[in-house]
Structure formats: structure tokens, C-alpha cells
Write a protein that binds this ligand. Structure first.
Ligand code: 5AD
Ligand code: SF4
Length: 477
């Protein structure tokens, strides 16, 4: 089969930040007429991997598909169209997707009319796209994160030519509004406030796969939040790779705090935001969090390492002392605040001493929870070119030691909840046991609880009867 290569990814080009902010266009989504009934009597299977930004993209994809009249299904065998919306942050995530797509080769051979698509962050990587073109002929369409809105047109192109079609932009130019969305949750909603990242932490592929920072206009964000509130949603989660940089490209002074306050003023019941960068965190944001009761006092503040040397080589732009000072400032202003973080172990040449400093920092911050990772080299990033003398075995041991410490503090942080009443946004029955409800408290604790029928979507007072390291059990009052 021939290939229809409209545009291949290029990591070097993706790393360029030469365009001026004013060149970012804000445009509206348009569905080509020929695509409007493409999915009539057809089914789609969509699998999304990775962070909330990807989950939100998955909601847009589902929205676009349903606008084309496709209906969802749960099994690849039942689908006419299969889409894998992928994550590139660690190699394990990529191998998982490639394994799954590999296992579906037979399905495509038996049913060549089924259409296989790969999109998301993996599609932005040159090496991965080449690997797919070479070894995964079952894949028909590859498109990236910047041209998701072009999906209907690309599908038409593919159907026209029946050749493997690739279109990945390596430089982003637009912020597209009015994209359709099929929200996966009925009580809370993700709201993108900005796309991309300019930080270029040396281990991270995101600035390449998601491009430079582009903010949505404040008016568009507020309109979306207001609509969500009017629909009865209780919680919005503002999303960006580095939310504290919101508005810089729009020339706003202290853009994130300004936006956060405006969102709080809408009166929506709960507001959270991900992800914060310690370096860009402004004091005004701390004060806004303190001032507005509907901004939840639970903050995810990735530290990555407790060693200044590692932090410097990661290009994080702060020292452990500076991080601790920010942490203390927030604790002083809001003593009840809950903290979570991200930590990478086994960054190239991380010494035992460096690792000990990470453990010391965890002892200092006593996090409520943390996501911990073994460093995974990402092709094209500066850290992937660093020599590394640390054996994989040592890295795995460090992860285990760290995880034990994290679990210890998570458990300690949960103990005071025993016998207390917390407010839980009830998401509905738990997936594991439909006799039990599940939801999150204001401090973002996972709470499983019993109660009368009809609590889904409501904020419920729950009395905590049992505490675990990573969840609480209780009963609705
Ligand atoms: N290897 C391991 N973990 C990584 N992260 C980002 N890039 C890598 C990598 N190359 C982690 C960071 C980030 C989280 C989303 O993923 O901790 O905060
Ligand atoms: Fe990656 Fe650093 Fe940007 Fe986060 S801030 S997305 S870790 S480059």
C-alpha cells in the first residue's frame, strides 16, 4: 500500500519557539459537509492514554465523532473506526499502545474495511511515526495534537485514497474554539485554559509534542465555565501543562491569578487546576486560593527531585530551598491545604546522596500523595543525550524506597479524617462495587461511601468510618 504523507513530525522544528505570540490565531471549528454523516450506522472505539490534557482531547474527539453520527462501542471487534489517543511521556506508555495495536493486526487483516487511527503525543514523535509506518501496516491514519480539529478532513482524505495517511504539524499556529465535546463526566469537567509548554525541562517530551504555550482567551474560558455551571456541573478543573504561565502570550500581567479569580466569581462550586510549576507560582495566586472558598485547598505541585544538582540538570529553575519556601508560604496562609507532587527517580547520574535529598524533601513536605516515576529517556530531549551510570536495578530499588515513604505519609495524612465529616462530590457508583458510591472530597481524597439512592452528581456530607493510605470509607449523613 502507498503512503499518503501530508506532513511528518519533526522534533527539531517542534523545539523552535520563534513565532511571535501575535501569530497565534484564534479560529472556529468547522465540520466539512462531506463528513457530516460519515458515521451513520457506524461505531467507533476510542482509547485514551495519559494526562488530563489527553483525556480532554479524547472528549473532543468523541464530540467530533458523534457530530459525524458515529456511535461509541466498548470492543475493538465491534468498531468500524478505532482510535488510539496516545501518550509519549514515558516509553512504557508507548510500548503499551504499540503492543495493543500489534495485537489487533489480525483484526485488520480479517476486516480491512475497519479504519485504524493513531493520534496524540506519540504521533508527534518522528521515530515513533517511522516505526509505525515500517512495522504496523494495520494503521491507516496518523494525526497529531495540533491538528486534531482536522480529523474529519483527514478521514475523508484517507477514504478517498485508501493509503496510510499521516498529517502531523510540528509547529502550532492556532487555538480552535467551538470544538464539539462529549464530556466523560456529568458532575465535573475539564477546561483547557492553555496548550503547550515552554519550560523544556530536560527530561520531558511535552514541549515537543504539545508545542509552545498558547492561552485561550479569558472570555472563551469564562463562557465555557458559565455553560458548565448552567448545566448543573459542580466542579471545573482548569488544565494546562504549566497553568501559572497562563496569559503570558496574551500580554496579560499576572494572567493566571486574574483568570482564577474570574472563574471563582462565576460561583461554580469547586475549582481545581493542574499542573502548577513552582517557578512561576505567584503570591497573588496563593492569596486568591485563600480568599475564595470555591477554590479547593488541594494543590498538585510537582517537585521532581530534592537535589539541587539534579534540579539544575533537569532545568527546573528552582532549588529545593526555594520549593520549600513556597510550600511553607502556602501552609502558613492555608494550614489545612493538602499537597501532592510528582517525583522522578533515576535521572541520569543521580547519586545516592541526590536520592537521599529527595527522601529528605518528602520528609519535610509530608505529601498527601505523590506520583512517582523511574526516569525514562525520551529521544530528542537533552537528558536522553546525558551519559548515565546508574543501573536499572538501583533505580527500581529507589522507586520502591520512595513509594514506601509516600505511602507512609499518605496514611498519616488520612488518619485525622477518622470520625470527621467531609464534603464529597458524588460521581456515582464505584466501578468495583455498585453498592458503594465514589467521589472526591474538597482536599481531593478518594472517598467510597454508602447512602440512599439518588446522590450521584450531588455534594454530600460523608462521615468517615475507616481510613486507608489512598482512600477513605464512610457513610452519607
Ligand atoms: N521520565 C519519567 N517521568 C517523566 N515525567 C515527565 N517526563 C518523564 C520522563 N522522561 C513525569 C514528571 C511529570 C509527570 C507528568 O511525568 O514527573 O511531572
Ligand atoms: Fe514537561 Fe517541565 Fe513542561 Fe511539565 S513544565 S510539561 S515537566 S517541560
Amino acid at each position: 500500500m502507498e503512503n499518503n504523507i501530508l506532513k511528518m513530525p519533526d522534533l527539531k522544528q517542534a523545539a523552535s519557539r520563534s513565532q511571535k505570540a501575535s501569530q497565534v490565531e484564534h479560529d472556529l471549528f468547522h465540520l466539512p459537509e462531506a463528513a457530516q454523516t460519515l458515521g451513520r450506522n457506524k461505531k467507533y472505539y476510542l482509547r485514551t492514554y495519559g494526562c488530563q490534557a489527553n483525556v480532554r482531547d479524547g472528549e473532543t474527539l468523541a464530540g467530533i465523532l458523534e457530530l459525524m453520527e458515529y456511535t461509541p462501542c466498548d470492543k475493538p471487534e465491534d468498531a468500524d473506526l478505532l482510535i488510539f489517543n496516545t501518550c509519549a511521556v514515558r516509553r512504557t506508555a508507548e510500548l503499551h499502545v504499540l503492543g495493543l495495536v500489534g495485537a489487533l493486526k489480525e483484526l485488520k487483516e480479517k476486516h480491512p474495511e475497519k479504519i485504524f487511527c493513531i493520534c496524540g503525543c506519540m504521533a508527534q514523535e518522528e521515530a515513533v511515526v517511522k516505526e509505525i509506518l515500517k512495522s504496523y501496516p494495520q494503521v491507516d491514519l496518523i494525526f497529531g495534537t495540533h491538528n486534531l480539529y482536522r480529523f474529519p478532513q483527514l478521514l475523508l482524505d484517507y477514504l478517498d485514497r485508501k493509503e496510510t495517511t499521516v498529517e502531523v504539524y510540528s509547529q502550532e499556529g492556532e487555538v480552535i474554539e467551538d470544538l464539539p465535546v462529549k464530556r466523560s463526566d456529568s458532575c465535573k469537567a475539564f477546561v483547557d485554559i492553555m496548550y503547550g509548554c515552554n519550560k523544556f525541562c530536560t527530561y520531558c517530551i511535552v514541549p515537543y509534542t504539545r508545542g509552545r504555550e498558547r492561552s485561550r482567551l479569558q472570555a472563551d474560558i469564562l463562557k465555557e465555565v458559565q455553560q458548565l455551571k448552567d448545566q448543573g456541573r459542580k466542579e471545573v478543573i482548569l488544565l494546562g501543562q504549566n497553568v501559572n504561565a497562563y496569559g503570558k502570550d496574551l500580554g496579560m500581567e499576572d494572567g493566571f491569578t486574574t483568570l482564577l479569580k474570574e472563574v471563582a466569581e462565576t460561583g461554580i462550586e469547586r475549582i481545581r487546576f493542574y499542573t502548577s510549576h513552582p517557578r512561576d507560582y505567584s503570591r497573588t495566586t496563593i492569596l486568591a486560593m485563600k480568599q475564595y472558598p470555591n477554590i479547593m485547598k488541594a494543590l498538585h505541585l510537582p517537585v521532581q527531585s530534592g537535589s539541587d544538582d539534579v534540579l539544575r540538570r533537569m532545568a527546573r529553575g528552582y532549588t529545593a530551598e526555594q520549593y520549600k519556601a513556597l510550600f511553607d508560604d502556602m501552609k502558613n496562609e492555608m494550614p489545612e491545604i493538602a499537597f501532592t507532587t510528582d517525583i522522578i527517580v533515576g535521572f541520569p547520574n543521580e547519586t545516592d546522596e541526590d536520592f537521599q535529598q529527595t527522601l529528605d524533601l518528602v520528609d519535610y513536605c509530608r505529601y498527601d500523595a505523590a506520583y512517582t516515576f523511574v526516569y525514562s529517556p525520551r529521544s530528542g530531549t537533552p537528558a536522553a543525550r546525558m551519559e548515565d551510570s546508574i543501573p536499572a536495578e538501583v533505580k527500581r530499588e529507589r522507586l520502591q524506597i520512595l513509594n514506601e515513604k509516600i505511602a507512609h505519609y499518605a496514611n498519616l495524612a488520612n488518619q485525622p479524617y477518622l470520625g470527621q465529616t467531609v464534603k464529597v462530590l458524588c460521581e456515582g457508583p464505584s466501578k468495583k462495587n455498585d453498592k458503594v458510591y465514589t467521589g472526591y472530597s474538597e482536599k481531593n481524597k478518594l472517598v467510597n461511601f454508602t447512602g440512599p439512592d439518588g446522590l450521584a452528581g450531588k455534594i454530600v456530607d460523608v462521615k468517615i468510618k475507616e481510613v486507608h493510605s489512598f482512600s477513605l470509607d464512610g457513610q452519607a449523613l
